[in-house]
Each structure stands twice: as structure tokens, then as C-alpha cells.
Design a protein around this ligand. Structure first.
Ligand SMILES: Cc1cc2nc3c(=O)[nH]c(=O)nc-3n(C[C@H](O)[C@H](O)[C@H](O)COP(=O)(O)OP(=O)(O)OC[C@H]3O[C@@H](n4cnc5c(N)ncnc54)[C@H](O)[C@@H]3O)c2cc1C
Length: 197
């Protein structure tokens, strides 16, 4: 069983995955943990050119940014990237079964990072609400309490109701990764890279 499956490989999904993976060799409690992003390749990032993102080339295209994000994540062997569409999440003993159009995978924790356009994944306990912080009509988010839907099930990025800014979505992914670290360690935990290493 995987430790965490992240559904959606956009700004928020990558924020979560990169933070989780970045401690893979740093702590005993993080050793041998396995993560997966499942994504059907339709991120809003691909439609954009970015002039207001901190620390990246001014005017970077969304396609190039996404490629950079994938290359960055490839530095970590604990994360696998699957290109597929998730259709169902089922509760199982000790976690969840995540069913895609091709395969099914099991994980202890699931993070939903699917954006604001629609949510057609069958899953108990998920309530779809209108996204109220966007001008465009018919956008959705999922009911959550501080990014948690219920035990083991989280939502991040625009799917949580976040404003449609890359940094906010990305930061929510990071936030939930740190919340997951806290579950594993029973104390406040972050992922800091040190220049001494
Ligand atoms: C035209 C445009 C210009 C923009 N310009 C800027 C800007 O200048 N600055 C800025 O900060 N932000 C900008 N944004 C917003 C920014 O792109 C979003 O805020 C950000 O991408 C949201 O991240 P997210 O992870 O919530 O969703 P997304 O990045 O959209 O990622 C969601 C991912 O989930 C996947 N997914 C959905 N359902 C499933 C499923 N069932 N199974 C598997 N995968 C699934 C999708 O394919 C997608 O890859 C712009 C957006 C657009 C459209």
C-alpha cells in the first residue's frame, strides 16, 4: 500500500508531492514511504503564461513550467507519476482504493488536487459546492475543514475553494504535506533543506 496518493498534477498536487518527497532521505520516519501522483494532464497551468510567480523566469509558459516541475520531482525516487483519470475512491481497511480508467492503487491517505472545473470522482463523504471566489460561472469546490474532508482524505488548491493563483494552490499542497508529517510524527513538522547538506 502506498502512503499517499495525490489526485491531480497541477500547482497544488505538485506542491504536496514535492514537500512529501523532499524529506525522503532526511528522517527515519520518512524512509521507504511511497507516493503517487495520478493526473489526466489538463492543468490550468498549461493555459497560462506566468509573469507573477516568484523565482521563475519572467513570462515562463505553463508548458515549460510544468516540465520543470516534473524534472524537479524526478530527483526523488519516492514519487511515481501516473498519467490517468481517477473515477472512484473506495474506503478499504487502513486507507483507500483509488480506481482509474486503467488500474487501481491503494493508499493510506488521499489528497484531492483536481482543480475547480468539475468533480466527477465517485467518493463517499465528498460534498460538491459552488466555488465562490472566482468570477467565472459553474466552478466548484469540495466542502472541507481546513483542507481536510474526513480522516485520511484531504483537498487542496482550487478544489478546496482557494483563489485562482498558482502560489496559493501550491502552498495549500505544501500545507497538507506538513499536516501529514504531523500525523506521522505526532509533532509540528516541516521540510527544510539546509545549505550544509
Ligand atoms: C489562462 C490562465 C492564466 C492564469 N494566469 C495565472 C497567473 O498569471 N498567475 C497565477 O498565479 N495563476 C494564474 N492562473 C491560475 C493557476 O494556473 C491556477 O491557480 C493553478 O493551476 C491551480 O492549481 P490546482 O492544482 O488547484 O489546479 P490545476 O493546476 O488545474 O490542476 C488540477 C489537475 O487535476 C487533474 N485532474 C482533474 N480531475 C482528475 C481526475 N479525475 N483524475 C486525474 N487527474 C485529474 C487535471 O488534469 C489537472 O492536471 C491562470 C490560469 C489560467 C487558466
Amino acid at each position: 500500500m502506498l502512503d499517499v496518493i495525490i489526485i491531480g498534477g497541477g500547482a497544488s498536487g505538485f506542491g504536496c508531492a514535492l514537500t512529501l518527497a523532499s524529506v525522503e532521505n532526511k528522517f527515519i520516519w520518512a524512509k521507504d514511504r511511497k507516493y503517487m501522483i495520478i493526473d489526466d494532464d489538463n492543468s490550468d497551468i498549461k493555459k497560462a503564461r506566468f509573469y507573477n510567480l516568484t523565482g521563475v523566469n519572467f513570462g515562463i509558459s505553463g508548458d515549460e513550467l510544468l516540465e520543470n516541475m516534473k524534472t524537479q520531482l524526478n530527483n526523488y525516487k519516492s514519487v511515481e507519476f501516473q498519467n490517468s483519470k481517477v473515477v472512484k475512491i473506495i474506503d478499504i481497511d487502513g486507507g483507500f482504493e483509488v480506481i482509474t480508467q486503467k488500474e487501481s492503487y491503494k493508499a493510506k491517505i488521499v489528497v484531492i488536487a483536481t482543480g475547480m472545473h468539475s468533480f466527477d470522482i465517485e467518493c463517499d463523504g465528498v460534498e460538491i459546492l459552488p466555488h465562490n471566489d472566482v468570477l467565472k460561472p459553474n466552478k466548484i469546490c469540495l466542502r472541507n475543514d481546513n483542507l481536510k474532508i474526513r480522516d485520511g482524505l484531504y483537498v487542496v488548491g482550487l478544489a478546496s475553494g482557494a483563489k485562482t493563483m498558482f502560489a496559493i494552490a501550491n502552498g495549500e499542497g505544501t500545507q497538507v504535506a506538513c499536516d501529514i508529517f504531523k500525523i506521522w510524527t505526532d509533532k509540528p513538522m516541516v521540510a527544510h533543506d539546509s545549505i550544509k547538506n
